[in-house]
Design a protein around this ligand. Structure first.
Ligand code: NAP
Length: 504
């Protein structure tokens, strides 16, 4: 048992009534395929929070049929209707924001502050697209073609039934970033959350149900990760699913792309990163730089796709960077995210702890100097790990070439920014990068040369609904959020009209 129970922590118990999968407007609680446990990663031993019925694989086909059928009704609804529904959902999320944040803490292990930030961020997508559909939502335009007797009418039409597969690190926001646009433009959806973190997804679906959407508009599939490959294959291979949107690892993204090739469905993938954080020699406000370095590195204890992985610090400012950094990291208060005054929670599971340890040992064996040793905190629980800071890290270390996805800050000192840019650009992935430079001209030149989808200049926190979020190279393709986010969920449909001459 977790030391926190869902019953004692969650005020609105309706969010967790009859938990299971949701298809065609009904909760499926059948346990013929067995059940699986959701664990509290911030607890040791048997940390089970709840048992959830596995959805039988045959029900995935049913969900696809229902979602596909309902698409033809839902796409015919008006912009005004879809907008007001999204606004209703936004209000319901805000009414339940504390419970939703607590669910994230319990299933994911992050701190309450991080979880509350995720709810606000995730909810903002429903509000943004609700407002968008009411203001600029009319996308129909008329074009005059070369033939003076013809007219072209063009609209952005919803692509169809959308499959949504999301990871554990933002169990709520990675769903809302996709679902909000799908519902705004008139697509129906099937969501497959990560088996480790289905609770906030179930609670969100309860709120969606309360908004009165027609059965089949939103469907949720939950099952243990034993079922994931089979569910994933069905979503990829079904010709009724017209788009698959996925956030997760590059490894799984490649599998999903191969599996989808026979149906030529639309794809958008937000995959892994390995973000560099470059501090140039001219920075004057080191307190500011370090605060942003910490925010970028240690949000979710380093388990975000845009977390900085390698810190390239100019050799002239490195001593000051470390001097300002050390006491700030040593002041972290690590513990269960629901305990008071906790700044950082736990990692998600033992594999995550193992990977951080492996990257630390590898870097040290290649000559890295230990600035802050960090390491496991068994007294708190098996998944707790205090941040490690290493400097003089060799560029052939694992941490410089793979995403650590954990609380290891690896510092590399440099004296020529061109060599840093060259090194960054040899990376197979390119999601985010960070540059700190007090000269706007240099800042611009460096950011233009970095091959990443997003370059965060003089700030360590940039996620925002107004940002077209996404990567280049093996970090995937497609953009979520902003006006660009609509393109991945729509297809351009044109009607060409020939006008016959009027007889006088
Ligand atoms: P993962 O292993 O790729 O898992 C992500 C999701 O894919 C989970 O729901 C998982 O389900 C599912 N999955 C796994 N194998 C599958 C298959 N064969 N078919 C269909 N679905 C499958 O990723 P992770 O390691 O948990 O998450 C961390 C990764 O996500 C990191 O690389 C991170 O950078 C990336 N990420 C990227 C972004 C972005 O916006 N670019 C945001 C957040 C995270 P089960 O776990 O239930 O089996």
């Amino acid at each position: 048992m977790s030391s926190y129970s869902l019953k004692s922590v969650i005020k609105n118990q309706a969010l967790l009534e009859d938990v299971g999968s949701f298809i065609n407007g009904k909760w499926i609680k059948e346990t013929t395929a067995g059940t699986f446990k959701v664990n509290d990663p911030s607890d040791s031993a048997d940390s089970s929070l709840i048992d959830i019925p596995n959805l039988a694989a045959s029900q995935v086909d049913y969900a696809i049929d229902i979602g596909h059928k309902e698409f033809y009704n839902y796409k015919a609804t008006t912009n005004t209707y879809r907008s007001s529904q999204l606004m209703k959902l936004y209000s319901k999320i805000m009414e339940n924001k504390e419970d939703l944040a607590k669910l994230i803490v319990l299933e994911n292990g992050k701190s309450m502050a991080d979880a509350s930030g995720e709810i606000a961020y995730g909810a903002s997508y429903f509000k943004y697209y609700a407002e968008y559909m009411m203001t600029q939502g009319a996308t129909d335009i008329m074009i005059q073609p070369t033939n003076p007797n013809n007219r072209i009418f063009t609209k952005k039409a919803p692509v169809g039934l959308v499959g949504i597969i999301t990871p554990w690190n933002f169990p709520f926001a990675m769903i809302t970033r996709k679902l909000s646009v799908a519902l705004a433009v008139g697509c129906t959806a099937i969501i497959k959350p990560d088996a480790q973190t289905p609770l906030s997804a179930i609670a969100l679906t309860k709120l969606i149900e309360q908004c009165g959407y027609a059965p089949g508009v939103v469907n949720l599939l939950v099952a243990s990760n034993d079922y994931t490959p089979e569910f994933g294959l069905k979503l990829c291979e079904s010709p009724k699913i017209k788009k698959l949107t996925f956030t997760g690892s590059t490894r799984v993204g490649k599998i999903l792309m191969q599996q989808s090739s026979n149906t030529l469905k639309k794809l958008s993938f937000e995959l892994g990163g390995n973000a560099p954080f470059i501090v140039c020699e001219n920075v004057k406000n080191m307190e500011y730089v370090v605060d942003h370095a910490i925010a970028s590195k240690f949000r979710g204890l380093g388990q975000t796709c845009v977390c900085a992985n390698i810190f390239y610090i100019h050799e002239k400012v490195l001593p000051e960077f470390i001097k300002v950094l050390k006491p700030k990291i040593e002041a972290f208060k690590i513990g269960h995210g629901l305990d008071e005054n906790i700044t950082h929670g736990s990692l998600i599971n033992q594999n995550a702890v193992k990977k951080v340890k492996e990257h630390v040992e590898d870097a040290v064996s290649k000559g890295a100097e230990v600035v802050i040793p960090g390491g496991s905190l068994p007294a708190l629980g098996q998944n707790f790990y205090a941040p490690t800071v290493l400097s003089n890290v060799s560029l052939d270390s694992k941490v410089c070439n793979e995403e650590t996805f954990g609380p290891l800050m690896a510092i590399v000192s440099y004296n020529d920014v061109n060599s840093v840019i060259d090194k960054v650009n040899t990376n197979s992935v390119g999601l985010a990068s960070y540059v700190f430079n007090d000269d706007i001209n240099e800042l611009f030149h460096i950011s233009e040369r970095l091959e990443t989808g997003m370059v965060s200049c003089n700030t360590g926190l940039f996620s925002d609904v107004n940002l077209p979020f996404g990567g280049v190279k093996e970090s995937g393709f497609g953009r979520e959020g902003s006006v660009f986010g609509l393109d991945d969920f729509t297809v351009i449909k044109s009607m060409i009209l020939g006008l016959q001459p009027i007889k006088n």
